[in-house]
Design a protein around this ligand. Structure first.
Ligand code: ZN
Length: 411
């Protein structure tokens, strides 16, 4: 059963794999999939006006429950009419559950994907010099704010309450994040705990949906964990696909947690095998071209990642020929666009020499212009994958794109 105001239609399928193209319908508009969702952590895509975010082709924005809970407070966003209205973004919105931020504080790490874990298996790995700031128990997570050190507690019910106040079209169940360094035994108990939390999220979501009748309907995605283990990934996916509360199951699924880069496609396949065809799947936190191709091929529908904008603010520019740094001296007199043939606002109006000058001068406009290009590059890449699926040319497009992208990493 689908929720009122929310549904998903698969329109095209990829031969020989789980990939597909489709349309997610939300109360704030449609998302043609596969689609890259731009991240606006604190209800702003850093340095860029919402109009520019729309102009670069983004269909949806994802904000973070953790950050908005700490500041300004989810109640203020609720009073403003939800995160979309608060930030002047009229289109579809997502919020994550806050679990990733809360628990990555606990482990003191940032990079989950492609983490080098050889020889490590420790349930209490803490990066050098980091204080452990979060503790997980059966009921939830206690953590300290990264802003002022004050103590806070998230549980499945708290996360649902915050995400209902934030009012995004697509919200996520509160899951326990593990790392590839946790032991097998810990991963097993964590998958079971995440399942119990998913049940509680579904029940609380139903209660809040009834209590807040009259608000635009919010779709809830369950989040699948299980790290690098096939049996755990399958068990977790199957368990969430079967869950129901009050006659309603999850509206879609988040493919979450620690993923080994080299096995990304395989791990996605395990989960997709166990999930219903007619519900969308969001892969949390990836944007590198090879990862996007692998994930789209295996049946992930939407993606989000902070990387395109984060690296843009450090002068790293994505192009079809790989990434380069516009800060380096050879771009001082380069009166060409950031990327030849790019249709973004930055590339159609400015040169590398100008961007080089802005970065050297630490001008704020450097972040704005570089972010517009990198987000456009990533959104457009996934748009082109969608078109290639529809045209029956996905594999040819993949081989051509990746061959060129990884042929050289700098110019
Ligand atoms: Zn561009």
């Amino acid at each position: 059963m689908t929720s009122p105001g929310f549904s998903f239609d698969v329109t095209h399928r990829l031969d020989g794999a789980g990939g597909r193209a489709g349309v997610i319908h939300t109360p704030h508009g449609d998302i043609e999939t596969p689609a890259f969702v731009v991240v606006g952590t604190k209800a702003t895509v850093k340095a860029v006006l919402p109009e520019a975010v729309a102009d670069l082709g983004a269909q949806a924005v994802l904000a973070n429950a953790y950050h908005l809970y700490l500041q300004p407070g989810a109640d203020i966003v609720d009073e403003a009419g939800g995160v979309g209205r608060f930030m002047n973004w009229p289109g579809p919105t997502f919020t994550d559950s806050g679990g990733f931020q809360v628990m990555s504080l606990g482990a003191g790490f940032k990079k989950v994907l492609a983490m080098d874990t050889k020889g490590l298996a420790d349930d209490d790995v803490i990066a050098d010099g980091k204080e452990r700031k979060a503790h997980v128990d059966e009921d939830g997570v206690t953590f300290k704010s990264h802003l002022d050190g004050t103590p806070h507690r998230f549980s499945p019910e708290v996360s649902m309450g915050i995400q209902h106040q934030l009012g995004a079209d697509i919200i996520f169940a509160f899951d326990e994040l593990t790392t590839l360094m946790n032991t097998r035994a810990y991963q097993e108990s964590s998958v079971e705990r995440t399942h119990r939390w998913a049940e509680r999220c579904l029940a609380e979501h139903g209660r809040l949906t009834a209590e807040r009748a009259g608000k635009p309907h919010q779709a809830l995605f369950g989040v699948i964990q299980g790290a690098q283990y096939e049996d755990l990934r399958r068990q977790a996916a199957r368990g969430l696909a079967e869950l129901e509360a009050g006659g309603r199951g999850f509206d879609g699924f988040g493919l979450g947690g620690a993923l080994e880069k080299e096995n990304l496609g395989t791990i996605i396949s395990w989960m997709v095998d166990e999930l219903p065809e007619d519900k969308p799947r969001h892969l949390l936190g990836i944007s590198e071209p090879d990862d996007l191709f692998a994930a789209v091929e295996r049946g992930a529908d939407t993606f989000d990642c902070v990387n395109p904008s984060r690296v843009a603010r450090n002068a790293a520019i994505y192009t079809a020929d790989g990434r380069y740094n516009v800060n380096t001296a050879r771009h001082r007199r380069s009166f060409m666009p950031l990327e030849e043939g790019c249709d973004c606002y930055t590339c159609t109006h400015y040169t590398r020499a100008y961007l080089h000058h802005l970065f050297k001068g630490k001008e704020m406009l450097s972040s704005t212009l570089a972010t517009i290009h990198n987000e456009r590059f990533t959104v457009r890449l996934v748009d082109r994958m969608r078109e290639a699926i529809k045209a029956g040319e996905f594999y040819a497009f993949r081989d051509e794109f990746l061959g060129r992208y990884y042929a050289t990493s700098s110019r």
